[in-house]
Design a protein around this ligand. Structure first.
Ligand SMILES: Nc1ncnc2c1ncn2[C@@H]1O[C@H](COP(=O)(O)OP(=O)(O)OP(=O)(O)O)[C@@H](O)[C@H]1O
Length: 562
């Protein structure tokens, strides 16, 4: 349980809530157990009274009952105690959940935020080391597994310990031999439940994997629905879907079969214990060593212990899962981003860019995308980068944005190594339109305004006009409020590219990078955009990555890559 120690500071932070929770556990158990002795006592009184009444004649019996006020009084008081104790026990159980489970939910919230903040700090290269599914799992499944340890895990263990202590005291005070006989099988019950829970956990994981396989398949086939229809592959997709669903059904049934053992084991042990109490208690009753009430007490004590002991087995398996999940989360939290900002000063960025013998090799593939490259662009000037596919153009754009750092050589911005610049300040001055246009599932207005903190409609419209997409947007029914992406309108490649250009332009940056973002446009539209932003380009350092001679020619200089 080494990894779970990471959670100690969280426990400490919520210590007040947890303290109350533990106190409520003690109180709820105390009242639940305290009442039991009154049940036994009441049974004994009833039994005694009944046996004395049996001796009287028929007429005297009614008279006897009528006059037996002491008998009724005690039954009445005991019933009152039972009701009050049950209410108090229920109330404190409610409070126990309100404190411990609430604390666990709060810790879950803090943990999720911490993991998410860490995601944001990672560099692009760090993201490449893992899959999106894996990242999502850490935020969802792993955190849920950890919460199960924080909430129910802790609650049931503390509950059992306290219950066991209080119950054992009462049981030992009542009858030592019977206590030993009834308590011994309970750890065996825990072990049985632990084994079954462990198998259930493993099978659930297999089932979840099969389920996420279906989700990925469905998502993939719907995203590529045009391709599916074009190639008339509906039947093929349907068949593969059927195979996946059948696999899921088999796994789900397998899990259901194992889950059935859970309560079977509990009921079997309950049955065994009841027989033991009945046998030993019966013998003692015959020998006159034990009353009927005491036997009834034992039935209740044992029934109270069954559930927490079963939960102990379940909790052990839950904690093992939480430990594995915590390990995965910790491994991820230990990853330190290689892009670190060490500067917090505020100063102007003019936009002079210089590459000095820069090389970059992608660590995951070992491909040397940039090899000993040197060039310089003065502030306010433009550079077009051309070259065959895979020659490293986009890599240069990423290097300028400091999404990745060079392995060799240095990048100077205004004569100062990019690594020593204030990254936040630098990126605020940067307008970047990536090769792959990515839009969020949001309105067109929000997508364009995304780059700045307080966008307003007139600025958004101005940028859309510059990017030559305003007319298209006006044609949509909801204009700038039109949703794009999965649940919105499907935009053409060229429309997407132009919205991305507007998004980059809205920052009114000092350095502008267009990574092949005019490729989906016809030459007329391309020309329009370049003319619209001509004034901006005069004061902005611009890097235009392109395959078109016509675009490149507008730049002050052209860099050809092999
Ligand atoms: N994330 C990555 N991980 C590993 N290798 C990469 C990665 N991105 C690019 N590469 C490799 O680096 C080389 C340069 O890629 P880059 O995208 O910079 O080329 P490009 O000149 O922009 O190509 P294109 O004109 O086709 O867009 C290619 O061989 C590519 O396979």
């Amino acid at each position: 349980m080494k990894a779970l120690k990471t959670l100690n500071p969280y426990f400490w932070k919520h210590r007040v809530l947890l303290f109350w929770g533990f106190l409520f556990i003690i109180l709820s158990n105390f009242f639940a157990i305290y009442k039991i002795q009154y049940i036994g006592q009441t049974i004994n009184i009833i039994e005694k009274n009944y046996s004395t009444l049996k001796l009287s004649d028929e007429a005297g019996l009614i008279e006897n009952v009528k006059n037996n006020w002491a008998y009724f009084r005690i039954i009445f008081i005991n019933s009152g105690i039972l009701i009050v104790c049950s209410l108090l026990s229920g109330f404190f159980t409610f409070m126990m959940r309100q404190t411990i489970i609430v604390a666990s939910r709060r810790i879950e919230y803090e943990l999720k935020n911490k993991i998410y903040t860490h995601y944001q700090e990672l560099s692009v290269t760090d993201y490449k080391k893992t899959t999106i599914g894996d990242l999502m799992n850490r935020l969802s499944e792993d955190v849920v597994a950890i919460r199960m340890y924080l909430g129910p895990g802790v609650m049931y263990v503390v509950n059992l310990i306290i219950l066991l202590i209080i119950t054992s005291v009462y049981m030992f005070m009542t009858d030592v031999q019977m206590t030993l006989w009834t308590l011994v099988p309970l750890p065996i019950l825990s072990f049985g439940i632990y084994k079954v829970s462990d198998i259930i956990n493993k099978k659930s994981k297999v089932m979840q994997k099969s389920q996420s396989g279906i989700s990925t398949f469905v998502q993939d086939s719907f995203s590529g629905i045009r391709v599916v229809k074009f190639f008339s592959k509906e039947k093929y997709i349907e068949k593969n879907y059927g195979i996946k669903v059948k696999d899921y059904q088999d796994k789900a049934l397998d899990l259901a079969r194992t889950e059935a053992y859970f309560f079977t084991i509990i009921l079997f042990v309950v049955g065994l214990l009841n027989v033991a109490i009945l046998y030993i208690g019966g013998q003692k009753y015959i020998a006159g060593e034990m009353s009927v009430g005491t036997i009834a007490d034992f039935f209740m004590y044992i029934n109270m212990l069954i559930f927490p002991f079963s939960m102990l087995g379940w909790v052990t398996s839950v904690n093992q899962r939480a430990e594995a999940s915590m390990q995965r989360v910790n491994e991820f939290m230990d990853v330190r981003s290689d892009i670190i900002n060490t500067n917090s000063e505020t100063y102007p960025i003019n936009g002079e860019i210089e590459f000095r013998n820069v090389s970059y090799t992608y660590p995951n593939t070992g491909i040397k995308a940039v090899d000993n490259l040197s060039f310089k662009v003065d502030a306010g000037k433009s550079l077009a980068i051309m070259g065959k596919t895979g020659s490293g153009k986009s890599t240069i754009a990423q290097l300028i944005c400091r999404l990745i750092d060079p392995d060799e050589g240095e990048i100077l911005i205004d004569g100062k190594n990019l690594k020593t610049h204030n990254l936040k300040l630098y990126r605020d001055q940067l307008g970047y339109t990536p090769q792959e246009s990515y839009l969020f599932s949001d309105t067109i207005e929000n997508n364009i305004g995304f780059a700045i903190d307080q966008p307003n409609r007139s600025l958004v419209v101005e940028m859309a006009k510059k990017a030559d997409v305003h007319k298209n947007i006006e044609e949509f029914k909801e204009k700038y409020e039109t949703m794009v992406g999965e649940r919105g309108v499907m935009l053409s490649g060229g429309q997407k590219q132009r919205i991305c250009i507007a998004r980059a332009m809205i920052k009114q940056p000092n350095i502008l990078i267009f990574d092949d973002c005019l490729s989906a446009l016809d030459t007329e539209t391309e020309e329009n955009i370049l003319q619209n932003i001509d004034k901006d380009l005069k004061t902005t350092t611009s890097i235009i990555i392109t395959h078109r001679e016509s675009s490149a020619k507008r730049a002050d200089e052209i860099l050809y890559l092999n």
